[in-house]
Design a protein around this ligand. Structure first.
Ligand code: B12
Ligand code: SF4
Ligand code: SF4
Length: 426
C-alpha cells in the first residue's frame, strides 16, 4: 500500500471508530513504549503494591509484540465515562468511582473494539489483530500519548484538553502498517499541583509518580483482605475507587459528559447506602455485582470498605448492621466490622465486641482485642489519624499469616516518602 492509501484507510478507520461510539482514536507504531523504563523503576521501588500481575508480566510490557506476535500498529481509543456529579453522599452513604457506576467498561470496549477489528479485516483481508482493554500487558496510557490522544498528567492520568481525563482506554493491535499520528509531545499541567495537594494519602511520590501502596483506589479495589488502619481512617466517602486527583483537575471542569448509554450511572451505585450494603443478602449482592466493574472488589471488599467508612465516621446508626456482620461467614467482613464497632464505641457496640471474643479467625480476634484494649486507653485509637502519622511500622487492622494481608502492612510501611516532589513547570 502506498502512503496515500494508508492515510485514506486510516481516516476511514477513525470514522468507523467514531461511529462505534469512541470519543478519541489515534494510531501509534508498535514500538518500545517511552515510559517502559519508568515502569520498571516503579516496580523496582515496590510501588505496584500487591498487584503481582504487574510484576509477573513486566517483560511483556516492553513491546506490543508480546501481546500480538507480529504487531506493527496500535490503534488506541478513549471513551468518556464522565457524567454530571450527583449531590454529595449523605451520612450513611458512600461514593463509587465514576468509571464504575454503569456497566463494566471492559465489556463495552471489548465488544466495540472487536467490531472495529472486524471492520478492518474486511478492508484488509488476511490482517491479524487483537483487541485489548486494561487486562493485557500493554502500557495503555503510554500508547495513548504516542497516538496523540493526550498527555500524561502529574496525577498519571491521560488527559485531553477538550475531554479531560474521565475516559477509559482500549486498543487494537494489528500486524499491518497504518498512518501514524503525531505523539503528544507537550504536557499542559504547567505549574499546577492540585492533584498532588488534594490526594488524601499523599500517594504521589513526585509529579507523574504514584505509589499504589498509598492509593485509595488500590486499597479499595485491588487489595484483598484487611486494610491498614492508616488507610482505613482516610477512606473518606470512597467505598470503591477514588476520583479526588481527577475531580480537582482543571482540565475536567469543562469536560463534556459521555454519550455511551452503557456507562450511564445506575441508581444503585450512585451514593450507595453503606448500611444497606452491610445488610444485603450475600448471594443477592453478588448477583447485583455481575456485569459491573465493582465485581473486582467482590462483596468481601465492598462490605469491608463500607464497614470501615461507617466506623471511621462513628456512625451510631450503623451499629446494628455491624453487630450482625460480626458473625458473617467472611473473616474480612467480620474483622472490618469489629474495627468499626471499636471506633464507634456505643454501649451496644462495646457489648457486641465483649460477647464475641472467640472468633474462629485469629485476625478478627486480634481486632476485637485491640478494640477492647483501646477502650481502656482511647488515645491508642486515635493514633495514626493525622496525615503526618503515616509512618512505619504500619499497624494493620488485622495481622494474619496470609501473605496477602501481611503484604498490606509491609507494603504500606515501605511506602513512606520524605515529602512530595516539587512540580516542575511544563
Ligand atoms: C495498575 C493500574 C492501576 C493502579 C496503579 C495506577 C497507576 N497510576 O499506575 C491503581 C489501582 C492505583 C489504579 C488506579 C486508577 N486507575 Co488504573 N490502571 C492500572 C493499569 C492496569 C496499569 C497501569 C500501569 O501500568 N501503571 C504503572 C505505572 C508506572 O504507570 P503510570 O503511573 O501510568 O506511569 C507512566 C507515566 O506516568 C510515566 N512515568 C512514570 N514515572 C515517571 C516519572 C517521570 C519523571 C516521568 C516524566 C514519567 C513517568 O511512565 C509510566 C509508564 O507508562 C492500567 C491499564 C493498562 N493496561 O495500562 C489502568 C488504567 C491506567 N487505570 C485507569 C483508571 C480509570 C484508574 C482510576 C481513575 C480508577 C479510580 N477512579 O479509582 C484510578 C486513577 C488513579 C491514578 N491517579 O492513576 C485507566 C486510566 C484512563 C486515563 N484516562 O488515564 C486505565 C488506562 C484503564 C483503562 N483501560 O482505561 N490503576
Ligand atoms: S486516586 Fe485518590 S488516593 Fe489515589 S492518588 Fe488519586 S487522590 Fe490519591
Ligand atoms: S490537577 Fe493540575 S497538575 Fe494535576 S493533572 Fe490536572 S492539570 Fe496536571
Amino acid at each position: 500500500m502506498d502512503h496515500d492509501d494508508l492515510a485514506a484507510l486510516t481516516t476511514r478507520l477513525k470514522e468507523e471508530a467514531t461511529r462505534l461510539g469512541f470519543d478519541r482514536v489515534g494510531v501509534a507504531p508498535a514500538v518500545v513504549p517511552a515510559g517502559y523504563g519508568h515502569y520498571l523503576e516503579w516496580l523496582e521501588q515496590g510501588r505496584a503494591a500487591g498487584m503481582a500481575y504487574l510484576q509477573n508480566r513486566a517483560e511483556a510490557r516492553g513491546h506490543p509484540s508480546h501481546v500480538l506476535d507480529a504487531a506493527r500498529s496500535v490503534i488506541v481509543v478513549a471513551m468518556i465515562y464522565g457524567r454530571p456529579e450527583p449531590t454529595p453522599p449523605g451520612p450513611t452513604q458512600g461514593k463509587v468511582a465514576r468509571y464504575a457506576r454503569g456497566d463494566d467498561y471492559h465489556e463495552i470496549l471489548w465488544r466495540r473494539l472487536d467490531q472495529l477489528l472486524g471492520w478492518l479485516k474486511t478492508e484488509r483481508p488476511g490482517l491479524v489483530g487483537r483487541a485489548v482493554c486494561d487486562t493485557a500487558p500493554l502500557l495503555e496510557r503510554d500508547f495513548a500519548r504516542l497516538a496523540g490522544l493526550g498527555w500524561i498528567g502529574k496525577n498519571t492520568c491521560l488527559i485531553d484538553r477538550k475531554i479531560g481525563s474521565f475516559t477509559v482506554l482500549g486498543a487494537v493491535l494489528v500486524d499491518a502498517e497504518l498512518a501514524y499520528d503525531e505523539p503528544m509531545a507537550t504536557g499542559y499541567c504547567g505549574t499546577c499541583t492540585r492533584c498532588l495537594d488534594a490526594c488524601p494519602t499523599d500517594a504521589f511520590v513526585a509529579p507523574y509518580q504514584l505509589d499504589a501502596r498509598r492509593c485509595l483506589s488500590y486499597w479499595t479495589i485491588e487489595h484483598k483482605g484487611a486494610i491498614p488502619d492508616e488507610m482505613a481512617d482516610r477512606l473518606g466517602d470512597w467505598a470503591f475507587g477514588c476520583d479526588i486527583c481527577q475531580d480537582v483537575c482543571p482540565w475536567n471542569r469543562k469536560a463534556p459528559p459521555g454519550s455511551e448509554p452503557g456507562l450511564d450511572p445506575k441508581t444503585e451505585w450512585i451514593n450507595p447506602d453503606l448500611i444497606a450494603w452491610l445488610d444485603r443478602d450475600p448471594s443477592e449482592f453478588r448477583k447485583a455485582l455481575k456485569g459491573t466493574a465493582l465485581a473486582r472488589s467482590k462483596r468481601s471488599g465492598l462490605v469491608r470498605n463500607a464497614a470501615l467508612i461507617l466506623g471511621h465516621r462513628g456512625s451510631t446508626e450503623a451499629v446494628p448492621a455491624l453487630v450482625a456482620r460480626l458473625t458473617d461467614l467472611d473473616p474480612v467482613v467480620r474483622a472490618a466490622s469489629a474495627w468499626a464497632l471499636g471506633r464507634i464505641r456505643t454501649p451496644e457496640a462495646i457489648k457486641a465486641l465483649e460477647t464475641n471474643p472467640n472468633d474462629p479467625d485469629e485476625a478478627t480476634r486480634r481486632t476485637i482485642d485491640r478494640a477492647l484494649l483501646a477502650l481502656e486507653n482511647p488515645s491508642r485509637l486515635r493514633r495514626g489519624e493525622t496525615k503526618a502519622a503515616l509512618r512505619p511500622p504500619a499497624e494493620t487492622l488485622v495481622h494474619t499469616e496470609s501473605s496477602d494481608q501481611a503484604l498490606g502492612a509491609a507494603a504500606l510501611a515501605a511506602a513512606i516518602v520524605p515529602g512530595k516532589g516539587v512540580a516542575p513547570g511544563v
